[in-house]
Design a protein around this ligand. Structure first.
Ligand code: IMP
Ligand code: MG
Length: 178
């Protein structure tokens, strides 16, 4: 018997089993691509935490982990896309092979800002791994090196993704009721 859905949830998009299987696949690809090197995972708080820990457990290369926190806001005319670092990394990434780990890439504004910022710190390499990709809403073109799932144009929660800070701890990814 399956557990009842959390209140406010319309339907499950990806089950715990589907998520675990897909993360293992992506981790295998990353392990192959970075064979012989040490990888620095940079997680974006807080959404990517669940994904990053699951991904890291299945990587077969040596891994370092660091986090940064951002805040996104609109300007006075309501235009989106302004991002700033609210909590910076603990350590330098100079010379490191950095894999930026995101929960979801939507318009692409956040990712573009983070890539520009991290690229300015002289890493040896810089790539992106996102859990979810909502490509239909992309405004800024950004390169995704690894992506687990493409999703439809609906607001989703679970496995790290929140609605008003809730639902992050759901084991599945779900579409919210409108
Ligand atoms: P972007 O800058 O538009 O690509 O926004 C990316 C950020 O918006 C993500 O890191 C999330 O924090 C948030 N976000 C976008 N779509 C969703 C969603 O469906 N559920 C929860 N958070 C979302
Ligand atoms: Mg985020």
């Amino acid at each position: 018997m399956s557990a009842p859905l959390a209140p406010g949830v319309e339907r499950v998009l990806f089950t715990e089993e589907q998520i675990a299987a897909r993360i293992r696949e992506v981790a295998a690809k990353i392990s192959h691509d970075y064979e012989g090197r040490t990888l620095t995972l940079v997680g974006v708080l807080k959404g990517s935490v669940f994904f990053l820990t699951e991904l890291a457990r299945h990587l077969e290369v040596p891994v370092k982990i660091d986090f940064l926190g951002i805040s996104s806001f609109s300007n006075k005319s309501g235009a989106p896309g302004l991002v700033r670092i609210a909590k910076d990394l603990d350590d330098s990434i100079e010379g490191e092979n950095v894999l930026l780990v995101e929960d979801i890439v939507d318009t692409g504004f956040t990712l573009r800002y983070l890539l520009q910022t991290l690229a300015g710190r002289a890493p040896n390499s810089l790539a992106v791994c996102t859990f979810l990709d909502r490509n239909s809403r992309r405004i800024v073109q950004v390169r995704l090196d690894y992506s687990c799932f493409e999703i439809p144009d609906r607001f989703v929660v679970g496995f790290g993704l929140d609605y008003q800070q809730l639902y992050r701890n759901l084991g599945y990814v779900a579409v919210m009721k409108p």
